[in-house]
Structures are given as structure tokens and as C-alpha cells.
Design a protein around this ligand. Structure first.
Ligand SMILES: [Fe+2]
Ligand SMILES: [Fe+2]
Length: 362
């Protein structure tokens, strides 16, 4: 279980490494691990290994056609996401859970914010609204709890009800597996990033939110796939996974320029596949938020590192970003931030329970 931190390769390490998708192509720079002469034997860069690339291997003309249709939507995604009717879809189970919570007229506000924080789409909608011109105060809101306080109980209940009743719901059975996996992965990453932040001395709540939102670009990507699918078209779930993975960074960047999301979450959304070491994290902060002051720079870097380590750790717990994906070694970044094997063990041991609790409603 600790392979990702302790630099021990899994047996699959000899498999042919092949990356699929824009995550590793445009934004991500993860490559096959080769220990440098200076690096200690047990510390190696991140590796992403996949045994197949469903998009490259698509021999079915329908899948090739689908891939082209989705690419066209992605090429125009900034416009579509900025259009007034655009809505991020949520899962039927999440909408039902919210309705259940709201049925209790005396439902405490903490219970509502806890429920909202188990759903990346809901959390993003609340942050966007709390920072909007209508409700925005002098300071920017970066957590769901603060957003709920700013909006007030009445507004929160109305918003939850309207999302549950009128929001776009992902009902297509063909998308079910990918969507459920994405929601589980997002909740898992949030919980894990909060734990890593505690260990490395970062801000746990910022790391939680950034972890929850880091792959939210997959939601519009999923929506674009759904809109491109013809009614009776059958498509392999792994092909949908691969399409969503391929386009999620571009769609996430388009989304973040329209929505008022926290700056550290935006950094995590754009850069989580491009960080293999602490210096990569520094470089991403400079690149994405060049005007950041020294203290803010450190906070941003800590949040990004927490999310990246959490994202990689999830693969060893069965919550990989993409099914079949194996992150072999994560020794370099862990060593960079002095995340000792002992503290990592404590953190990883409690993780399955915490992730299980967070995903139990899905
Ligand atoms: Fe991702
Ligand atoms: Fe992820």
C-alpha cells in the first residue's frame, strides 16, 4: 500500500508505459521513471503507467465519430461554458440525498454544508454564488462553510432545493460508471488532501476544497460526451473514461475562468498532472499565479502538493483517477516535503474508512 511513497515498484512496473489523454499530454509532464544518478535508490519520480490507450486503439467507427464530436465541443468549450444556460450536472443520488436532508425543516446549517461538501458540483455552485455580484462581500469566499454563512439559511435552502429539483441530472446509464467513479475520486481526494496538508503543515480546509474540485473539469467533459452520444449508441465505459480524462484539464480551465472558485483550487485544477517534485510545484505557482506574494505562494504550493500526493495515493487504494491506471512511485515529491513513511502510514491507514464514509451516499 505504501509503494507510492516508499519508492518500491509494483510488479506492473515492467509493463509497457503508455500515457493516454491530454492530462499527460498538455498539462501533465509525468513520464516513465528513470532514476537519476544523483537520486537515492529508493526515490524516483512519479510514473503513470497504462496498459492501453482506448482512444488510440478505437477501431469502432462509432467511437471514432464520438471522439471527433467531443473534440469539436471541447474546441468551443469556453463559449459553451460561458453561455447563460450552461449548468453543471450532478448525480441523481446526490440530488435525492439533498432532498432528504431538506425535508427536515429544522435541519441544522452544518448538516447542509456537510452534505454540500460531499459533492464537487454543489460545492462549486455555492462558492460561485457566494462570490457573485449579488452576494459578494469585500472578501472572497473560499470555503463552503463561509459561503453558507454569507448566503444565510433561507437562501441556502432555496438553492439546495432548486439544484435538487431543477438542476441538470446525469441520468444516462452509459455515463453512470464514469460519473460515479469521478464523484468517488473527488471525495476521496478531498479527504486525502486534507490529511496530507495536516502532515506537511499546510491548510487542511483549503486542501480539502482543492481536492474536491481538482478534477471538476471532468464534469463538463462528461456533459459534452453525453451531448455527443446518439440515443442508441453503445460505447465502452472505458472509452468514455478516456475521453473525459483526455479533455478534463482544458474543460476545467474554461470553467474556472467563468466561475468564482478559490485560487488554490484553480491552481490544483490546472496543474495537478504537471507536478512531480517540489520544484515543479513552485514552477506551477509562478506560471499560473505570477503575482502571488511569498506567503501566498507557499500556501498555494502546499495545497497543490497536498492534492497531488492525495491524487496519487488514491490509486493505491483503488480510487485511481482512471480505472486501470497505476501510479507506481511517488518517492520524489514525498521526500521533497519530508513526508516520512511513518506519518504516511498513519495517514494511509485511516484513509479507506474516511473515503468510504464520504462516498457512502453515492
Ligand atoms: Fe485529473
Ligand atoms: Fe484526480
Amino acid at each position: 500500500m505504501l509503494n507510492w511513497l516508499m519508492g518500491q515498484k509494483k510488479p506492473e512496473a515492467s509493463a509497457v508505459a503508455e500515457s493516454a489523454g491530454a492530462a499527460t499530454e498538455a498539462e501533465g509532464s509525468a513520464e516513465v521513471a528513470e532514476a537519476t544518478p544523483e537520486a537515492p535508490q529508493d526515490v524516483q519520480p512519479l510514473s503513470i503507467r497504462k496498459t492501453c490507450n482506448p482512444i488510440a486503439e478505437a477501431s469502432d467507427p462509432l467511437e471514432s465519430q464520438l471522439s471527433e464530436l467531443v473534440q469539436r465541443r471541447i474546441d468551443d468549450c469556453e463559449k459553451e461554458i460561458a453561455s447563460p444556460g450552461f449548468d453543471l450536472p450532478t448525480l441523481p443520488a446526490v440530488a435525492m440525498r439533498l432532498m432528504e436532508v431538506m425535508q427536515n425543516v429544522n435541519c441544522p446549517i452544518t448538516k447542509i454544508s456537510e452534505t454540500v461538501m460531499t459533492d464537487p458540483v454543489m460545492a462549486a455552485k455555492f462558492l460561485r454564488m457566494a462570490n457573485s455580484a449579488l452576494y459578494g462581500g469585500k472578501s472572497r469566499i473560499e470555503s463552503v462553510q463561509t459561503a453558507v454563512v454569507r448566503l444565510g439559511l433561507g437562501t441556502v435552502k432555496n438553492v439546495v432545493m432548486s439544484i435538487a429539483l431543477n438542476g441538470t441530472i446525469l441520468k444516462d446509464k452509459r455515463m453512470e460508471q464514469t460519473a460515479k467513479h469521478l464523484w468517488e475520486h473527488s471525495i476521496g481526494c478531498a479527504v486525502a488532501a486534507r490529511e496530507v496538508a495536516r502532515i506537511i503543515g499546510g491548510n487542511p480546509e483549503s486542501a480539502f476544497m482543492a481536492g474536491l474540485l481538482h478534477d471538476i473539469g471532468k464534469v463538463p467533459a462528461l456533459l459534452f460526451v453525453q451531448k455527443s452520444l446518439k440515443p442508441n449508441m453503445k460505447v465502452r465505459p472505458e472509452f468514455i473514461d478516456a475521453l473525459v480524462e483526455q479533455h478534463h484539464i482544458r474543460a476545467g480551465i474554461a470553467l474556472q475562468s467563468q466561475w468564482q472558485l478559490p485560487v488554490d483550487a484553480r491552481l490544483a485544477m490546472a496543474a495537478h498532472h504537471a507536478v512531480n517534485s517540489k520544484s515543479d510545484a513552485e514552477a506551477q505557482v509562478s506560471l499560473r499565479i505570477p503575482q502571488a506574494e511569498a506567503e501566498e505562494r507557499k500556501n498555494l504550493r502546499d495545497v497543490l502538493i497536498s492534492v497531488v500526493l492525495a491524487d496519487r495515493a488514491l490509486a493505491s487504494l483503488g480510487y485511481a483517477e482512471e480505472p486501470g491506471e497505476v501510479y507506481i512511485v511517488d518517492g520524489q515529491l514525498a521526500a521533497d516535503v519530508d513526508l516520512s513513511p511513518l506519518s504516511a502510514m498513519e495517514y494511509l491507514q485511516g484513509l479507506p474508512d474516511q473515503v468510504g464514509k464520504g462516498t457512502s451516499m453515492l
